[in-house]
Design a protein around this ligand. Structure first.
Ligand code: ADP
Ligand code: ZN
Ligand code: MG
Length: 481
């Protein structure tokens, strides 16, 4: 049997660091980075005798995430201790939630590769604390622990095993990311580990109703690696089964460099976490009113922004979809449009050149280094005829490299568009003199020859000549010949 005879089944456990100012059980800052062990106190360092106090904002953010993903919100829930030893977890247990999570039975809708809408179930969303970090000494002289991240609040969003392809997984994760960004509960910076996913993969023969045994790839934090890892791991499982083997349930580590998965631990030493209710923390009781209030104050979600873009800015459904797929792109679009009042052009620049550069650089919209103001200013320069679109492309490239006022950029680079009739004429005459064949071609009805001549003039002026003026001048001057 071949790959096509198998179905891939996947479920994701997404961890998102919440952007509360302080940690989940103490008042240390959650800020990323900082000198090692400067964002901690006796509580998050697990000194004996200290007591955790739940940060109310964490509950609020998790409820927001639950409501935005159509979950039921528990009126009663609690925190549990998940016992395991790891050097970056000095308490030797993680405070999480076991059998009474804050949110359950949700779903999000995605579009699959055939353009069909598919509903992906969300099993639960619970709150928990992040662990610290081990810095492995590159000289092999031991490892150093940094507890700045210990106690940073997380939500874990567990999906049903409803995902059927790497494409769907990517769409699902993008959807979750965009929802969390819209409701502003996490900055979702994957490169900083604020959003990471455990990807569970199994395969089964098509038509089979029972799921196969899954493996789990931990802590994936880039879309590209997730897609590659799924492709590799599903094929590995298929090959194994085809060879008469069986898939073992195990935890794997994806190695981006070799493009392979490696075993971290197998089922033999699967942890029994010995969960039990944390006796230091009280039951979390939420009133109807509290939940209603959060529901009524949820910010605008992608779906409603999409509709508004179509109505208010007359964008196509396709463009509105792409823009609202990312809160950062969508915010960039709105802010730039407010400043230059040309929604169509802003949308075009974001979806063409800016998106292309993001792809080439393999970076996400939140890593765009320039401001909406700088984009709006570039568009105003095109509108005023100060620069051509060809130059604007170069300005945008420059904004990615060294963002600053586009007026400065074009002044420094000498990229101001040539709209001086005398200069344009001079160039046109020179190009005509040097390309008599094209002139003859054009006269013989080959319209393409004009494009070639304009191109030559552009080359001559390093892309700075006003293209409309060139066109007009060429036609006029050819008539005279
Ligand atoms: P654990 O914490 O042991 O990993 P969870 O129940 O928290 O278990 O998470 C299991 C994840 O694995 C869920 O996202 C679920 O959808 C997914 N999953 C469960 N069974 C399978 C399977 N057979 N194939 C693929 N994914 C699965
Ligand atoms: Zn602390
Ligand atoms: Mg898991």
């Amino acid at each position: 049997m071949s790959k096509n005879d198998y179905e891939i089944v996947m479920g994701l456990e997404v961890h998102a660091e919440l952007s509360t100012k302080t940690k989940i059980f103490c008042s240390c800052p959650t800020e990323f980075g900082g000198e090692p062990n400067t964002h901690c106190c006796p509580i998050c360092m697990a000194m004996p005798g200290t007591l955790p106090v739940l940060n109310e904002k964490v509950v609020e953010y998790a409820v927001k995430a639950g409501l935005a993903t159509n979950c039921e919100i528990a009126r009663n829930s609690k925190n549990d201790r998940k016992n395991y030893f790891y050097p970056d977890l000095p308490k030797a247990y993680q405070i999480s939630q076991y059998d009474m999570p804050l949110c359950e039975h949700g779903n999000v809708e995605i579009q699959n590769e055939n353009g069909e809408k598919t509903v992906i179930g969300i099993t639960r969303i619970h709150i928990e604390e992040d662990a610290g970090k081990l810095n492995h000494n590159e000289f092999g002289a031991g490892s150093l622990v940094d507890l700045n991240r210990a106690g940073v609040p997380l939500i874990e969003i567990v999906s049903e095993p409803d995902l059927r392809s790497a494409y769907e997984v990517e769409q699902y994760l993008r959807k979750i990311k965009s929802i969390l960004e819209y409701i502003e509960v996490s900055d979702c910076k994957m490169q900083e580990g604020s959003l990471r996913a455990d990807v569970n993969v199994s395969v089964r023969k098509k038509g089979e109703t029972k799921f196969g045994t899954r493996t789990e790839m931990k802590n994936m934090n880039s879309f590209r690696s997730i897609v590659r890892a799924i492709e590799y791991e599903s094929q590995r499982q298929i090959d194994l089964i085809e060879d008469g083997g069986i898939v073992e349930q195990e935890t794997l580590r994806w190695d981006d460099i070799s493009g392979r998965t490696f075993s971290m631990r197998d089922k033999e030493d699967a942890q029994d976490y010995r969960y039990f209710p944390d006796p230091d923390l009280v039951t979390i009781r939420l009133s109807e009113e509290y939940i209603e209030n959060i529901k009524n104050n949820l910010p605008e979600l992608p779906e409603s922004r999409r509709k508004r873009y179509i109505e208010e800015y007359k964008l196509s459904e396709h463009d509105a979809n792409l823009l609202t797929g990312s809160k950062y792109l969508s915010d960039l679009f709105e802010e730039a449009t407010n400043k230059c009042n040309n929604a169509k052009m802003v949308s075009n620049w974001i979806l063409s050149d800016i998106s292309r550069i993001l792809n080439e650089k393999e970076i996400e919209p939140d890593q765009i280094p320039f401001t909406a103001e700088e984009l709006a200013e570039t568009i105003k320069l095109i509108e005023k005829g100060t620069i051509s679109s060809a130059i604007a492309k170069k300005v945008v490239e420059e904004l990615f490299k060294d963002p600053k006022d586009p007026n400065e950029i074009i002044k420094e680079k000498g990229w101001i568009q040539i709209s001086d009739e005398g200069v344009i004429k001079e160039v046109v005459l020179k190009v005509l003199d040097n390309n008599s064949q094209s002139v003859a071609d054009y006269k013989a009805g080959k319209d393409k020859a004009l494009g070639f001549l304009v191109g030559q003039a552009m080359k001559e002026t390093k892309g700075k000549a006003n293209p409309q003026m060139l066109n007009k001048m060429f036609i006029e001057e050819i008539k005279k010949r």
